[in-house]
Design a protein around this ligand. Structure first.
Ligand code: FES
Length: 106
């Protein structure tokens, strides 16, 4: 399990207990975190699960795979810590993870 904090665009924090092996996107959807649309259901094919990883967690979440990099080109307002949340897998190493949800997904 890992505790994940999602910070919505309006500043509201959503704290979620996430199961190992699930994705950061799935936990957002399951807990109705606003702003994560995840239209493709986690196939890395829509870029509407875009989040900004808190700078303190960039190392722990790792680098995006090439496929994710390509899809990130379609995300809105991409920043250096942008990731697609369906491509971040929860593990105990991510306990305490903080991600911010962008203003819009497109
Ligand atoms: Fe579609 Fe992540 S849910 S790319």
């Amino acid at each position: 399990m890992a505790k994940i904090t999602y910070i919505a665009f309006d500043g509201t924090e959503y704290v979620v207990e996430a199961k190992d092996g699930s994705t950061v996107m799935e936990n957002a959807v399951r807990n109705a975190v606003p702003g994560i649309e995840a239209e493709c259901g986690g196939a890395c094919a829509c870029a509407t699960c875009h989040v900004y990883v808190d700078p303190a967690w960039v190392e722990a979440t790792g680098e995006p795979e090439p496929m994710e990099e390509d899809m990130l080109d379609f995300a809105h307002d991409v920043q250096p810590t942008s990731r697609l949340s369906c491509q971040i897998r929860v593990s105990p190493a991510l306990d305490g993870l903080v991600v911010r949800v962008p203003e819009s997904q497109g």
